[in-house]
Design a protein around this ligand. Structure first.
Ligand code: UDX
Ligand code: UDX
Length: 460
């Protein structure tokens, strides 16, 4: 069969994989290929055990795989035949040199761009899917177009707003799709080709076009605003714990103001995920590099508040447990950075587990989907006899002095807490880092309960 377009995505990660699977499922007339330098990852995409856990993803992949969706490691052949190339390689925070700890490490993006130039024989549209510092598309355009083959590459920005755990829903029914381009005739023409792809299933009024820098900046700002709401409510949780106020009541009340809105006001042990911290620090770095010190400080405080919230959680545990957790078994319920994903990147649980291990606690990590990643995150401690990884929360809690909820998995709401209580040491503590449990019921069972931003319920 002749395909109407050949679309390629470089980078088969959390973003590239699901996005391309949905495009392929919605548009059988296009050939969609996803490549990656990681062979094991590609093999997994071609198997029944996909490399990432995402509700509904397997069904979508099954529908299109082998028909018009292909996963491959033959990057060069795929570049050669593609009309449109999405780039979704990772852009971690730089760990070295200028901008270390803040700026984005663009080496993978640049290597990918150079490879595209090397292999291509005709003009192509290149689309940034990775979140990048503003003006990256411009730099990439320069690298791509500094070729002596007379080939033109039009670089567009099409940032992805999907959230893990709801990626398929978000892709099927996005709030908006954003496509940025140069405002030249070639740029606008390329943009209309990308609009055409999404218009197969997204209503036209939700497809927003803009200049390329607005598109790049919008992605960073969207994540910064979302994270800022969490840091804001988390800052209030600290104040609530000192007063008689209850942060869940405050959230509910302010969320009913339609100007504020009710989402992203859940106080937590801290936000995680691959994007929030990285994107904010990126924004901070950009502001600093333009001499906007006040603006940089303002956004950096969102990250500082998040670090404080994690530290504060461990301090609460220590203080409650008579100022020592040394030798005490503590079960962490959940390790993923949020429910419905096995992803642990920047998960607050990592920091909390480390701090508890530093305090010489015996830490048991429990999670339905994230234990493999947890073992990687805690690799330096894995051989220690003070750490265990157990999927079953009942086994994890057995003999523990405390359980601490790190991830809001639904399953944790309905565990048999009487059974758990009877298997634990006394006094038994619950620290609810997500405010998802029924605190009054737990208190009545006999637990000493420490919610976030709410009065503690203690038997002593
Ligand atoms: C990535 C970026 O981190 C994020 O900023 C952006 O918004 C979307 O793309 P994600 O898909 O979650 O997010 O990253 P990851 O799961 O790490 O996937 C990136 C993939 O690119 C990896 O599988 C990696 O092997 C691959 N890759 C990396 C290449 O194929 N080529 C490279 O040169 C580098
Ligand atoms: C985020 C953005 O939502 C998405 O648009 C972007 O494309 C990528 O980054 P993601 O990181 O997958 O998505 O998850 P998100 O649902 O935004 O949650 C991020 C973190 O905030 C999680 O750790 C979550 O538990 C936490 N969170 C969220 C809270 O602590 N409280 C809330 O009210 C909401």
């Amino acid at each position: 069969m002749e395909f109407a377009k050949k679309i390629l995505c470089i980078g088969a990660g959390y973003v590239g994989g699901p996005t391309m699977a949905v495009i392929a499922a919605k548009c059988p007339q296009y050939k969609v290929t996803v490549v990656d330098i990681n062979k094991a990852r590609i093999n997994a995409w071609n198997s029944d055990a996909l490399p990432i856990y995402e509700p509904g993803l397997f069904e979508v992949v099954k529908q299109a795989r082998g028909r018009n969706l292909f996963f491959s490691t033959d990057i060069d052949a795929a570049i050669d035949e593609a009309d449109i190339i999405f780039v979704s390689v990772n852009t971690p925070t730089k760990s070295f040199g200028e901008g270390a700890g803040k700026a984005a490490d663009l080496q993978y993006w640049e290597l990918t761009a150079r490879n595209i130039v090397k292999v291509s024989r005709v003009d192509k549209i290149i689309i940034e899917k990775s979140t990048l510092p503003v003006r990256t598309a411009e730099a990439m355009g320069r690298i791509l177009n500094a070729n002596e083959k007379g080939i033109h590459f039009e670089v567009l920005s099409n940032p992805e707003f999907l959230a893990e755990g709801t990626a398929i829903e978000d892709l099927n029914d996005p709030d908006r799709v954003l496509i940025g381009s140069q405002l030249t005739p070639e740029g606008v023409k390329a943009r209309s080709q990308v609009v055409e792809i999404y218009a197969n299933w997204v209503p036209k009024e939700k497809i927003v076009t803009s200049n390329v820098w607005s598109a790049e900046l919008s992605k960073l700002v969207a994540n910064a605003f979302l994270a800022q709401r969490i840091s804001s409510i988390n800052s209030i949780s600290a104040l609530c714990e000192k007063t008689e106020a209850d942060v869940t009541e405050v959230s509910r009340t302010i969320g009913m103001d339609s100007r504020i809105g009710k989402r992203f006001l859940m106080s937590s042990v801290g936000f995680g995920g691959s994007c929030f911290k990285k994107d904010i620090l990126n924004l901070v770095y950009i502001c600093q590099s333009y001499g906007l010190t006040e603006v940089a400080d303002y956004w950096e405080s969102v990250v500082r508040m998040n670090e404080y919230q994690k530290r504060r959680f461990v301090q609460t545990m220590l203080k409650a447990m008579f100022n020592t957790v040394a030798g005490k078994r503590i079960a962490l319920l959940g390790f993923a950075f949020k429910a419905d994903t096995g992803d642990t990147r920047e998960s607050p649980a990592i920091e909390i587990a480390k701090q508890l291990l530093e305090e010489q606690a015996r830490v048991v990590i429990s999670d339905p989907k994230a234990l493999d990643n947890a073992k990687i995150d805690l690799a330096p401690y894995v051989d220690s006899d003070r750490i265990e990884f157990v999927e079953d929360p009942y086994v994890a809690a057995k003999g523990a002095h405390a359980i601490a909820v790190m991830t809001e998995w639904n399953a944790y709401k309905t565990l048999d807490y009487k059974k758990i209580f009877s298997s634990m040491e006394r006094p038994a503590f619950v620290f609810d880092g997500r405010n998802i449990l029924n605190h009054k019921e737990l208190f009545e069972i006999g637990f000493n309960v420490f919610p976030l931003g709410q009065p503690t319920l203690k038997h002593f």
